[in-house]
Design a protein around this ligand. Structure first.
Ligand code: GLU
Length: 287
């Protein structure tokens, strides 16, 4: 018997709208890569944003992906469907990581308001990204080189918490589809949020903690997250974890050349299904 594959991939949709063709293409690729490797695929509901996440979108995304023919293999069986891991129930893991990062000086509190940032932050390099933080609240001394441990408050609530990036350092990785990638910390991206003032863990931290805890071997996701990969490598490194491998999928545009977004309801899987499109026809549209 051949040894069981160690490949573990994940599907990590956010329930903030209906999935569109671009998501479907990415998730289809993730599924194909797990199948080829005879590995396991994990489903993770990334519902941390309390304002934008809706249970009805969470139900729709699972249903639409199953309709398309995508299977995942882990999680308790609920009526023949493996229930996803749910980020909003995993807060204690994110808090542990936040504590470790603060204690070691990688993360600092930030009091800047949205208004302050609008005035002073540099525009991001691409429209999807957050502005480059000007460093207003970055401590002059400290950082991971500082001697001794930094006192950690009881809770992160009420302040933003930012990861201090090593300015000028090249962060490199090999993408499984796009080849070698390089981003310069402090130039391509600045000190980024790991915890929000409204006491919500930021995407960058939650995704790194979960990919490590779920022993993900390869992350397959959209190319809009390439720059985030560089940030996530820094968090992995600070926590002493080996980053996964990366595979970033092409993004899809609409007929006017605009990137598909959740507002493109006409190209949602739901709408295409309702028009009578079959899964095979959808899959044939993927590049
Ligand atoms: N939940 C994120 C999204 O839907 C994707 C996260 C990831 O794949 O790392 O945009």
């Amino acid at each position: 018997m051949s040894p069981a594959s160690t490949y573990r991939g994940r599907l990590a949709p956010s329930p903030t709208g209906l999935l569109h063709l671009g998501h479907a293409q990415t998730f289809w690729m993730a599924y194909q890569r797990a199948l080829q490797a005879k590995g396991v695929l994990v489903m993770r509901n990334e519902d941390l944003d309390p304002q934008r996440s809706k249970p009805e979108f969470a139900a729709a995304m699972l249903e639409d992906l199953r309709w398309l023919g995508i299977w995942w293999q882990e999680g308790p069986d609920v009526g023949g469907l493996h229930a996803p891991y749910v980020q909003s129930r995993r807060r204690k893991f994110y808090l542990d990581a936040w504590r470790r990062l603060v204690r070691a000086g990688y993360v600092y509190p930030c009091r800047c308001s949205r208004k302050d940032l609008a005035r002073s932050a540099q525009a991001p390099h691409d429209e999807d990204d957050e502005p480059i933080y000007p460093g207003t609240c970055r401590p002059g001394i400290g950082g991971p080189q500082a001697s001794g441990e930094i006192a950690v408050p009881e809770s992160p609530a009420g302040l933003n918490w930012r990861f201090r990036v090593p300015d000028g350092e090249a962060i490199t990785f090999d993408d499984g589809r796009l080849g070698p990638q390089l981003y310069i910390a402090g130039d391509d991206f600045g000190d980024f949020l790991v915890w929000r003032r409204d006491d919500v863990p930021a995407y960058q931290l939650a995704v790194v903690v979960d990919d490590a805890a779920m022993r993900i071997i390869e992350v397959v996701r959209g190319a809009d997250l390439l720059r985030s990969t560089a940030r996530q490598i820094l968090i992995d490194r600070a926590l002493g974890w080996e980053p996964p491998a990366w595979y970033h999928c092409p993004l899809m545009n609409d007929e006017r050349g605009q990137r598909l977004a959740k507002r493109h309801d006409a190209l949602s899987l739901r709408a295409l299904r309702e028009q009578g499109r079959k899964p095979d026809e959808i899959i044939a549209m993927f590049s």
